[in-house]
Ligand binder design. Sequence first.
Ligand code: ADP
Length: 301
Amino acid sequence: MRICVLSRNPRLYSTYRLVEAADKRGHEIEVLDTLRCTMNVVTHKPTIRYGGEELSRYDAVIPRIGASITFYGMAVLRQFEMMGVFTMNESAAIGRARDKLRCLQMLARDGIGLPITGFAHAPDDIPDVVKMVGGPPLVIKLLEGTQGIGVVLAETQTAAESMLEAFLSLDQNIMVQEYIHEAGGADIRCFVIDGEVVAAMKRQAKEGEFRANLHRGGQATAIDITDEERHTAIAAAKALGLHVAGVDMMRSSRGPLVLEVNASPGLEGIEHASGVDIASKMIAFLERHMGTDAARKRSEG
Ligand code: ADP
């Protein structure tokens, strides 16, 4: 297979692990800097240029598109899709996951457990959303935040109202969520590939912090997940149409509650914590897909 990874930096752990795994399995693989791909949107013959030359054909593309370049990254990925190249996650599915609120709305529709979440625009409606999520303590999240940045805990009614007023006056899109205190500052990341949880880790927030993100000092360890957690993770990836996803959830007294679904989940923390070679499993997924796709084309043609 000829594979390309769309990534800003070949030295990132996830990127070089994918290159290593594809190499080992006998594939040709290249890393392309997403922001250096230019597109020619021509009727019937969309092309992508890189370094002044037209890209030759790849069989598959692995998008590793950071949140800060979502708009351009999605456009490049769509161009690959229009050229008939298989993408590990489709641009539309990545777009759904990138917007936290849209993501939760789709999960809610599919009956997946979520923390009670409110969304409001007008400052006058603040008291009502605070009441809706059960009052303080509550969590306020910027819709575009990642890695725990823009996630704050408001412990009292006054703190909640003043923080919400501040965010809204800055024209920030925010959501308000009930605080899941039974989770004890821990969350679970399940790595889903092709409808299966291939690895899971628990992240525990450091002392005095409620956010378990590894970037915020959280510690990752291996964890055995329950069947309910497994089914929830698989259902969440499916609801968004993601072949590969990192599903974050918390353990609560009413079962697993999904916090978010990540369309470009990092490999470093979870490969180390679980000991699973996830990169090879991602490449194996492409092999399976290309195999069945080739078989389908043979039978059609
Ligand atoms: P991000 O996308 O920035 O990681 P998350 O919604 O995943 O944002 O929140 C970051 C962390 O904050 C989570 O991993 C979890 O540890 C903690 N957290 C988020 N929402 C809640 C909540 N409703 N109750 C308790 N802790 C939460």
